[in-house]
Design a protein around this ligand. Sequence first.
Ligand code: NDP
Length: 284
Amino acid sequence: MSAEVINGKDLSYELKQEMKEEVNVLKHKGLTPHLTVIIVGDNPASKSYVRGKQKASDEVGISSDVIELPASTSEEELLQIITELNNDSTVHGILVQLPLPEHIREESVIVSIDPSKDVDGFHPVNIGRMMTGEDTFLPCTPAGIITMLKSKNIEISGKHAVVLGRSNIVGKPVGQLLLNENATVTYCHSRTNDLKAFTKQADILVVALGIPEMINDTHLKEGAVVIDVGINRLDDGSLTGDVDFDRAKEVTSYITPVPRGVGPMTITMLLKNTIKAARGLSGN
Ligand code: NDP
């Protein structure tokens, strides 16, 4: 068996074309969705992610601005800026780029964002709504994964989905979204004994470990669907996932590549949330 590759870049392009039309309609009604991104400090990776978010916003006609703050910014100063953005009706989505400098508590910052502007979907209120299956802002990477599965009409209901990783931004929420879609979900993490015993049972395997090419064909059931969330930069500067793509694709039915897999979908879901926020706030 050789897998069908789910190309996140192509799917993102298609979704962005649809969103462009949607934004055009909103603009004709006098509403331009606006995203404000806050970045604290000089982390080069964060800066590059923020540029990517701005470029993608431009592509679909969402206006955006970036507030760049020095690493020395206090938590209080940052919270004050967020309060101002919460009260600014021209700002529909607020995103604080993580990680933050150590002296700023991420939890305090996340809860300070108005849940109706929380386009990252990290606010506890939105996480709660996701758990109860209500309409809300879904966290972008997990939402992108579900969108990729649905784009190929991959059956989720009744399948055994195994999630490797339990971070708050990827592992935990993607498991919850798979559960909402009626999968039977197993979470694995660094304390899991005999990882292979679980991965071998997976109809759908989501890998979010941050360990280059840790998963290969020997971990997989024939015909499994494999979603590789990992983004690992190797010494030669190239990017690789958490899955050994060449080996895994020989036994899987569907697989996502790295790059051009889950990564582009994450940004696309941010755009979707920003449009949703603009609609929600304006009643459009
Ligand atoms: P974290 O480091 O927060 O979480 C990694 C998880 O992997 C933890 O739950 C950890 O377990 C588990 N783990 C680590 N080692 C093992 C092991 N040997 N066996 C089993 N489980 C293990 O990472 P993130 O969730 O933030 O990110 C995961 C990967 O996804 C990274 O490569 C990151 O760059 C990438 N990423 C990609 C995105 C995209 O848009 N494509 C977006 C976000 C992240 P424990 O909890 O016990 O420590």
